[in-house]
Design a protein around this ligand. Structure first.
Ligand code: PEP
Length: 257
């Protein structure tokens, strides 16, 4: 059976970094450093306050924009929250959902992640659903139980048309921001298990679903990761904060495309 051709996606998660000027400059440098047309989809996720500025800087380029989070309600008495319609209004087409920093630092539970993914889908934002095990879970051999449990919570009982509009990011928690990257073959094995789980629900959509790897992806480790058949791109934190380190990661994904 031939491997379906999935268009790689490289997303830069700027986390709580870069104000208006730095965000705009970085967006322009990234867009200006890509080939045209670009065989890889590239997306950046600035802080909320920079979304409109970055959207303006990216207009007419091939680079898309993601939010780092959203609330599941559209409007109401939810102080501090930002909803899917507002993110669309600001120019987002993607949204990160269930990033491990949201799960660990802000107490986000699987059911919250599911509601957020549903809100994104309702408003035609593509949720990038983040899943991953902690070091303790990995060491006691629970990686697949944890990761597939998170996948089931976010994806279970959705129909194939929803799956077509979603992306998964496998991000082992112990690899995020630590400089420790998963071995490419270990990441590939988890990606295969995620795809197999979703194949039970919707075989064709699962075959086309993009599964990104995230966790200390850098220019010097990305090539091996991108050579894995089920790693369809990367979710990049630290190395996405400068065009000089982000663009070589995109180049490695282009080489795979
Ligand atoms: C992330 O923020 O999703 C991430 C993977 O960060 P880093 O690349 O810095 O590990």
């Amino acid at each position: 059976m031939s491997i379906p051709r999935r268009r790689p996606l490289v997303a830069g998660n700027w986390k709580l970094h870069h104000g208006l000027h730095a965000s705009e400059a970085l967006a322009r440098s990234i867009a200006g450093g890509l080939p045209s047309p670009c065989p890889v989809e590239v997306v950046v996720a600035p802080v909320y306050t920079a979304l409109a500025t970055v959207a303006a800087a990216l207009r007419g380029t091939s680079v898309g924009m993601s939010s780092q989070d959203l609330h599941w309600e559209d409007r109401g008495a939810f102080t501090g929250a930002v909803s899917a319609p507002l993110l669309k209004d600001a120019g987002c087409t993607y949204v990160l959902v269930g990033h491990s920093e949201r799960r660990q630092l802000f107490g986000e539970r699987d059911e919250d992640v599911r509601r957020k993914a549903s809100a994104a889908l309702r408003h035609r934002l593509v949720p990038i659903v983040c899943v991953g095990e902690t070091l303790e879970e990995r060491e006691r051999g629970a990686t697949l139980d944890v990761v597939l449990g998170q996948v089931d919570a976010a994806f279970g009982d959705r129909d194939a048309s929803a799956l077509d509009q979603m992306v998964v990011a496998y991000e082992p928690v112990w690899a995020i921001g630590t400089g420790k990257v998963a071995r490419a073959e270990d990441a590939q094995a988890v990606h295969v298990a995620i795809r197999a789980r979703l194949t039970r629900m919707a075989p064709e959509a699962a075959a086309m679903l993009r599964i990104l790897y995230g966790g200390s992806v850098k220019p010097d480790n990305v090539v091996e990761l991108m050579q894995q058949p089920d790693i369809d791109g990367a979710l990049v934190g630290g190395a996405s904060l400068e065009a000089a380190s982000f663009l070589p990661i995109v180049q490695a994904a282009i080489a795979r495309a």
